[in-house]
Design a protein around this ligand. Structure first.
Ligand SMILES: C[S@@+](CC[C@H](N)C(=O)[O-])C[C@H]1O[C@@H](n2cnc3c(N)ncnc32)[C@H](O)[C@@H]1O
Length: 340
């Protein structure tokens, strides 16, 4: 990763921070999406910095905090050369790490266990003959559906995800994007999409939901789970390249616009919400000072004792959630039915 710097000589971290905070914000903003999607695999960024440090200092207070965070999240090493080029290493772990973490932890981690329990509860209510798992990931949901006796197929856009699914012995997987599903109209009774929509560009969400609608039989169902609340953004979202965290009302609206009735709509991770907020904020603060460690998802961090306690709390939440919809939480869970 290369940053062109007009001044020669040694560049301190402080100088660099000032530079990056004030430097061509459009460049950072414009490159943001490319960085998150491409940098992990290709890794090249050139930022042109205006020559006047005074101009940077004057602008500093105007620069939003998230850019400071963005830089510190994503760059770890500065190696200025006399030629005026500053070399920076990306902090991104190879993208396979997030899939490896998911594959390693989803069998026993409280977060995945609770989601699968909620999902299976609703699948049993809907009682579908054929299910599509749209954005299968490393396959734990699909495997659960098979083990519970359902006929289900999966699609994912990632070769890593498909590889991990194969390692689980799952064969009914296709490589495809949820924006262009390779199925005939009215093929499925149920489409599930667990934590996939947050990774889709917001402008593509109507296309994805139109695809779900097209592939569903009349009166078919869709069940979605999404990361909630933009202000909860953390390292996990950087690692996974989250495009947007949603509010419940936003999810309901896009589903209704796409031709669905809302059957159930609730926030999840309600009882543990204060802990989640605290942990995310502490992690964010830690990331500001620690600029050497890798950017990883959240699910590789829970101790066995906490995992056991949180699993118990989620059992209570699952019970309560059958009777009430929670007003806040770190996920949104919605069940909707296709309007004929
Ligand atoms: C956080 S993982 C969730 C995986 C799985 N649904 C689960 O609940 O464990 C998100 C998955 O969505 C997949 N994905 C992202 N964009 C996609 C797209 N446009 N089409 C299909 N899959 C996509 C990613 O490859 C990843 O496997």
């Amino acid at each position: 990763m290369v940053l062109h710097w007009k001044r020669c000589g040694r560049v301190s971290r402080r100088q660099l921070t000032t530079l990056l905070l004030t430097n061509p914000c459009e460049a950072v903003t414009k490159k943001h999406d490319d960085l998150l999607t491409d940098e992990r695999t290709r890794g090249s960024l050139s930022l042109f910095c205006p020559p006047s440090p005074l101009a940077y200092c004057a602008l500093t207070p105007l620069i939003p905090v998230f850019k400071f965070r963005f830089i510190h999240h994503n760059f770890k090493h500065v190696n200025p050369s006399a030629s005026g080029t500053v070399t920076m290493e990306s902090k991104f772990s190879p993208v396979i790490n997030v899939y490896q973490d998911m594959y390693d932890f989803e069998d026993g981690h409280w977060w995945y266990l609770a989601l699968r329990k909620m999902l299976l509860h609703w699948v049993k209510q809907i009682h579908p003959a054929v299910i599509l798992d749209a954005g299968t990931g490393t396959g734990a949901n699909l495997r659960m559906l098979h083990q519970s006796g359902y006929s289900a197929v999966g699609v994912d856009i990632s070769d890593h995800a498909i590889q991990f699914c194969r390692e689980r012995g799952l064969q009914q997987i296709a490589k495809a994007s949820v924006t262009d599903l390779p199925y005939e109209p009215q093929t499925f009774d149920l489409v599930i999409s667990m934590d996939v929509l947050p990774f889709i560009n917001v402008s593509d969400i109507p296309t994805v939901l139109a695809e779900f609608h097209r592939c569903l039989k009349p009166h078919g169902y869709v069940v979605v789970n999404l990361a909630a609340l933009a202000w909860l953004q953390s390292e996990h979202d950087v690692a996974w390249d989250t495009k947007k965290r949603y509010r419940k009302a936003e999810v309901e609206r896009v589903l209704q616009d796409a031709g669905f009735y809302i059957v159930k709509s609730t926030y999840r991770i309600f009882l543990l919400f204060p802990f989640i907020v605290l942990i995310k904020w502490l992690t964010n603060i830690q990331r500001l000072s620690d600029h050497t460690s890798e950017t990883r998802g959240d699910t590789n961090k829970t101790s066995p004792l906490l995992n056991w306690i949180f699993s118990g709390v989620m059992e209570v939440e699952f019970f309560l959630n059958r009777f009430v919809n929670f007003p806040i939480g770190s996920s949104v869970f919605v069940v909707a039915q296709k309007r004929p």
